[in-house]
Design a protein around this ligand. Structure first.
Ligand code: B12
Ligand code: SF4
Length: 505
């Protein structure tokens, strides 16, 4: 038996299908038994749960052969480290395998950890199956692409990169291995929202993005018929009424987008996806209408900057004029655009922050329903040069213990990286702007602020917004705090926030 673990990454009420480990489990050879332990379920005790299952299987014909954990940078790493360490202490001979984005980007600290035995980088399905043969003693680990491990002398062996497969070549998500109803939650889209990923990778090469570091600049999309079939079963059997598509680029080609939309219409769901502005501008008005009819409610676009020079240096491949045009077309078609921006240009941080704030105001004028997402630039290991030409690995920790410190968690989540070029006052400027904007125009994602608080905040922010006066909005901050129904949590999907020294009070 294999135990797959999804260490806690979000508040239980925000948990989503544990797609990563579901995907790897589904690809196991027939006859291999496997179970999921999800640390995101309410009252979960993953350590106790895993140990109980190991004890239950011990002495049977099907003992636990490995514990396989998915680990994303950020709070999930903070949960994963003590869990792996404690498991190793209790069961020293039980192989512990890590996979997912953290180890794919930062293999060294993972391989330095004595409580992690094997690391799978990039796509995991085939690598993990081959690793099982290594554990059986029938395969040399050095021949397994995508596998990394510590050699007998302690040196690190990084296997060759594995050429990955597209979704159509992989098994369907094994929904029978989880209680689907536990993962359908209210969001702004619907009462029973689910998630789905219909493509893998991304063909672009933005110099700040972690996706291409893990998957390279390549994207494979699933056939629309298969996507619709999987979603239809979630709608039919579990009453799912809306879906967030996790694809990095859900809309790439017009013919593909049209076929998908046509197949989604009968499902009667509302949906959210990510798409590039240039891809959206390639669509005809008829296709925009079709997407709207199929339930597209909000589209997330990485706008990144209000300066064409920065967009060029990021290798984004889009322009500010295109972003404005998308805002206008989305308005014409009644679809909410959600624009995310990366603040903190390494060369001209102050100037570029002002450029982008001014640009956000322009977008808000063009499309008042536009939603804003802000990130602070955190250099991420790249294949072909980083935005700002900084060394993304310089100074990063070599141990998992250091990575789990609040400073490094704030770095990984792109919320508060302590980078030398981002002065605290510049960061505060962005945060104050965001507070004024979101007070004046409450976000549809905001289910935490009571209605009266939104109305009062909007009224109080009116003059500030009109005068572009964002400096220290103490009163708006207090209103936010008073009107908060649940503790603040900036992420739309939510995750555990570890206070950083800079933000802790
Ligand atoms: C779902 C998701 C989340 C969820 C839950 C993640 C979880 N593990 O439970 C939530 C909402 C919590 C989340 C939060 C964050 N996320 Co996130 N997230 C995603 C998203 C949209 C989809 C991931 C997914 O499930 N894909 C489907 C599965 C099938 O694919 P997969 O995860 O890649 O898994 C495959 C391989 O990685 C590997 N694998 C994965 N786990 C394992 C385990 C084993 C044992 C093995 C063998 C293999 C293996 O095999 C799998 C199958 O091929 C991706 C974007 C994307 N489309 O990839 C971003 C993404 C991974 N997130 C990202 C980031 C940055 C974050 C945040 C740090 C952002 C933030 N500021 O909030 C936070 C913090 C994370 C945390 N809480 O710890 C980045 C990572 C890039 C980077 N530079 O690190 C991504 C790529 C988004 C982006 N474009 O920037 N995220
Ligand atoms: S930012 Fe978006 S478009 Fe650019 S490489 Fe990353 S996923 Fe692709």
């Amino acid at each position: 038996m294999i135990l797959f673990v999804n260490p806690r990454a979000t508040r239980p009420k925000n948990r989503r299908f544990p797609l990563s480990i579901m995907a790897v489990g589904a690809a196991l050879p027939e006859g291999t038994t496997w179970e999921i332990v999800d640390g995101n379920l309410p009252d979960a005790d993953p350590l106790g749960d895993v140990c109980a299952r190991v004890d239950r299987q011990a002495g049977t014909a099907d003992p636990v052969r490995a514990v396989a954990m998915t680990v994303m940078p950020g709070p999930q790493l903070v949960s994963a480290v003590p869990l792996a360490r404690a498991l190793k202490a209790r069961h020293p001979d039980l192989p512990i395998v890590w996979g997912g984005n953290f180890g794919s980007l930062y293999p060294t600290p993972v391989l330095n950890a004595p409580y992690v035995d094997w690391l799978v980088r990039g796509q995991g399905e085939e690598t993990f199956v081959e690793l099982l043969r290594v554990l059986d003693g029938t395969r040399d680990p050095r021949t397994v692409a995508g596998l990394s491990f510590r050699d007998a002398d302690g040196s690190h062996v990084l296997g060759a990169e594995r050429r990955w497969k597209g979704p159509d070549e992989l098994p369907a998500p094994p929904y029978h291995k989880i209680r689907v109803a536990d993962y359908l939650h209210p969001t702004f889209l619907g009462r029973r929202s689910g998630v789905y990923q219909a493509s893998i990778g991304c063909p672009y090469g933005c110099k700040f993005c972690g996706v291409i570091s893990v998957y390279g600049s390549r994207e494979r999309q699933q056939a629309p018929a298969r996507t619709a079939e999987h979603l239809a079963s979630l709608v039919r059997e579990h009453g799912m009424d809306s879906v967030h598509f996790y694809d990095n680029n859900f809309i790439v080609r017009e013919d593909h987008a049209r076929e998908l939309a046509e197949r989604l219409i009968p499902l009667g769901i509302r949906w959210w996806c990510e798409a590039r502005v240039d891809a959206l501008l390639r669509l005809s008005d008829d296709t925009w209408r079709l997407l709207k009819r199929s339930g597209l409610t909000m589209v997330f676009c990485g706008a990144e900057s209000g300066s064409d020079d920065v967009l060029r240096r990021m290798n984004k491949g889009t322009t500010t004029a295109q972003i404005v045009e998308v805002a206008a077309r989305a308005r014409a078609h009644g679809i909410v655009p959600e624009f995310s921006f990366v603040f903190g240009d390494p060369d001209e941080p102050a100037r570029e922050i002002e450029n982008t704030l001014t640009f956000v105001r322009t977008l808000k004028r063009v499309n008042p329903s536009m939603e804003l997402i802000t990130y602070f630039y955190t250099p991420t290991p790249q294949r072909r040069g980083t935005y700002g030409d900084v060394d993304a690995l310089a100074g990063t920790p070599d141990t998992l213990e250091e990575w789990t410190s609040p400073e490094w968690v704030a770095w990984m989540t792109h919320e508060d990286p302590l980078v030398p070029w981002l002065d605290r006052s510049l960061k505060a400027r962005v945060e104050d702007f965001e507070l004024v904007l979101k007070s004046r125009f409450p976000s549809v994602h905001d289910s935490r602020t009571a209605g009266w608080g939104k109305a009062l905040g909007s009224l109080l922010a009116r003059r500030r917004w009109a005068r572009a006066d964002y400096g220290d909005p103490a009163l708006l901050r207090r209103v936010r705090r008073w009107a908060q129904r649940t503790p603040d949590d900036r992420q739309a999907y939510g995750h555990l926030r570890v206070p950083s020294p800079a933000t802790a009070t």
